[in-house]
Ligand binder design. Structure first.
Ligand code: LLP
Length: 421
């Protein structure tokens, strides 16, 4: 459920007409709903109630300061994967002891920043990385809290580019080698082993792969405890999917996910941490774009928008589906027509949808891409020298620009020209 609904045929973001935002900031732009962000965070928080837990938002999904602050004020922690994300989280007021550091390639500099600024734990992905964390911690005279990310070799049944829990993926250490690697960690004086981490992929639409992975983690918890490790925290990663296509079956709900977590891990008396990104931010944001031209091709009609693959790359990169809806609805009963919906970038891959059935549109009409709040703005670029598009946050009947559109001069002046030119 989200807060982008029609009222008398006009699309609203909470209590604000989307067309009003478009008139104020120009198109294309992203707009997020505070109520939806908070609702999704709370669904997870409540799903894990009764267990000691922390919901750490995977801020790679959406990292605007205003979004982070909204979630942090509601009690969310953050899952970060770079120094930039770490510093963004801190800047948004998230305390270090609510920030977990994930990612396969943490550098000594990143580790140093996190150890001096405060960190809940590092999720370690390899032995060389473990050695680096140990060294930086010893140099600073501190101990670094760690979990080790295990790769459970489970098929997440999602798009290959976003599956991470198979043995062929670069993530984590094979679960079969866990005892050996935990023993090595325990021998390092700069580390404090506190738990286990697992994340098997993104946009999972079934609970079974999670269940398989968590059962393996439960067994491993008991084995490692028997080996003398004080395993007291399990980081279960993110990955619960969202319904991109309203017509399809919906993926499991957070409450069902929470029940499965309690079933598989509830007996272990551990603190649970989860790292959802998409489910919190995905349906909390839409991208609004304007029709520039309707072009009649030989055997099809093209809807050419002012938004493009550089603004929302998911369709080009993962063949992802986003529902595209008119901001002003057609009269009831209006017949639909098929469009290839494209952007103006000079690549055939700049196609959002093929043969999509829509009520007829014309130049200057506005459309909204649903479910664009996660992995939308954060993955955008200025390809074709198209300035990054603005982000707007709605809260009830108010809205604010939370990242402004750069001017062309600002974009151009980021380049510097060597003195010999
Ligand atoms: N934790 C870790 C260690 C991750 O690698 C990820 C996502 C998450 C949590 C959050 O997963 P979520 O709950 O959002 O599924 N750009 C792709 C998605 C990449 C996901 C990468 N890792 C997309 O647009 O579909």
């Amino acid at each position: 459920m989200d807060h982008f609904l029609y009222r008398d045929g006009a699309l609203y973001a909470e209590d604000v007409p989307v067309a009003e935002i478009a008139a104020a900031v120009g198109t294309p732009f992203y707009v997020y709903s505070t109520a939806t962000l908070l609702r999704h965070f709370r669904l997870f928080d409540e799903a894990l109630s009764g267990m000691d837990h922390l919901v750490c938002f995977a801020m790679k999904a959406a990292s605007n300061q205003a979004i982070l602050k909204t979630l942090a004020q509601a009690g969310a922690g953050m899952d970060v994967v770079s120094q930039g994300e770490y510093l963004r989280a801190k800047a948004a007021g998230v305390p270090g002891d609510k920030i977990v550091f994930s990612g396969v390639g943490k550098t000594a500099e990143e580790i140093h920043t996190a150890l001096t600024g405060g960190i809940r734990q590092f999720n370690v992905e390899s032995e060389p990385e473990m050695e680096t964390i140990n060294k930086v911690a010893l140099d600073l005279g501190v101990t670094a809290p760690i979990t080790i990310r295990v790769n459970p070799d489970v098929d997440a049944k999602t798009h290959a580019k976003i599956a991470t829990g198979k043995s062929e993926n670069k993530f984590g250490i094979p679960i079969s080698r866990a005892r050996e690697v935990y023993a090595l960690a325990a021998s390092m004086k700069g580390l404090e082993v506190i738990g286990i981490d697992v994340h098997i992929g993104s946009q999972l639409t079934e609970l079974e792969p999670f269940r398989l992975a968590y059962q393996k983690v439960a067994e491993l918890t008991e084995t490692l405890r028997a080996d003398g490790h004080n395993i007291r925290r399990l980081d279960l990663g993110g990955g619960l999917g969202i319904p991109y296509e309203r017509s399809n079956d919906a993926p499991p709900l957070p409450v069902e996910y929470g029940a499965m977590v309690k079933e598989t891990l509830g007996h272990l008396n551990v603190e649970i941490e989860i790292e959802p990104g998409r489910l919190i931010a995905g349906n909390s944001g839409i991208m609004v774009s304007k029709v520039i031209y309707v072009k009649q091709g030989e055997d099809r009609q093209f809807l050419i928008l002012d938004g493009a693959m550089n603004d929302l790359i998911r369709p080009a990169m993962y063949e992802a589906h986003h529902d595209i809806i008119p901001v002003i609805e057609a009269e009831p009963g209006t017949e639909q027509t098929a469009y290839d919906i494209v952007g103006p970038v000079c690549e055939s891959g700049d196609t959002f949808a093929k043969g999509r059935m829509m009520t007829p549109l014309q130049a200057d009409d506005l459309v909204a891409f649903r479910s664009a709040g996660a992995y939308g703005a954060v993955m955008s670029s200025e390809y074709n020298s198209r300035p990054l598009i603005p982000e707007v946050l709605v809260n009830g009947d108010q809205f604010a620009v939370i990242r402004k559109r750069p001017t062309f001069d600002e974009m151009i002046n980021r380049d510097t020209i060597p003195e010999w030119l």
